[in-house]
Design a protein around this ligand. Sequence first.
Ligand code: NAD
Length: 254
Amino acid sequence: MSHVQRLDNRIAVVTGAAAGIGLATAQVFACEGAHVYLTDIDGARAEDAARALTAAGLKATAMAVDVSKGQDVTALFRAIEQGPGRIDVLVNNAGLNVREDFRHLSDADWVRIREVNLDGVVRIARDGFNLLKASGRGSLINIASIMGHRGLRQLAGYSATKGAVSALTRALAVEYAPYGIRVNALAPGFIETALTERVLRNPMINKALIDQTPMKRFGSGEDVAAAAVFFASDESGFITGAELAVDGGMSAAL
Ligand SMILES: NC(=O)c1ccc[n+]([C@@H]2O[C@H](COP(=O)([O-])OP(=O)(O)OC[C@H]3O[C@@H](n4cnc5c(N)ncnc54)[C@H](O)[C@@H]3O)[C@@H](O)[C@H]2O)c1
């Protein structure tokens, strides 16, 4: 039996696609038949990733986009307007974290976390509206976090932005539904990427987190990407405003 490509002929845009969850998502989307726009603040790395996909016969385009810069986002959507003229799948993935005790979190660090994790998501979701509408079956996927619903030391600023992303997802699902656009969120638990590398290298924290995870392992970018394909494809055609935890059961455990 041949594999049906679930995103055949779809135009997909992934922010923060040069590494980690975003890269895995872009790769899996391309394997499912989508033409993927890999966008990242690190344009050179996005270019390398896109080149590897096209060398494998898949459809990929790279663009340097810092989601915290309005002019970058405007340039991205203008390029797509002049190209395919629609976006079928838009993944708000770019994000960062600065670990710090909240009482010592500097204004500069807080602003940086917020500018990327929340303002960037708002900008992409707002300015991408017309292109998602042009699809007729647009799917906006926001990468939230289980930390938007749980607390952990030194993550308060990050948690605040992720909780806002979850709230925005629900509100936009209602507002965008009349235009044929579904809006859903993925809430990863602990996924092995550059973002978590330092903290997972600490043996005590590593053990404590595994102890709290019923499935007794950390996730991979591919674990999250697989759930993103579900939200991107017609398989989730009647689902909007939902948030799916990809966390090995961590958020379900006591
Ligand atoms: N790794 C985890 O355990 C975990 C858990 C929950 C949620 N998340 C979320 O998943 C998303 C991806 O995280 P990751 O673990 O893959 O991180 P990562 O650090 O491995 O990758 C993030 C990518 O985003 C890019 N980026 C950073 N700032 C950007 C900006 N201003 N504009 C565009 N691109 C930018 C980076 O260059 C990088 O390629 C983030 O939103 C993160 O908060 C991750």
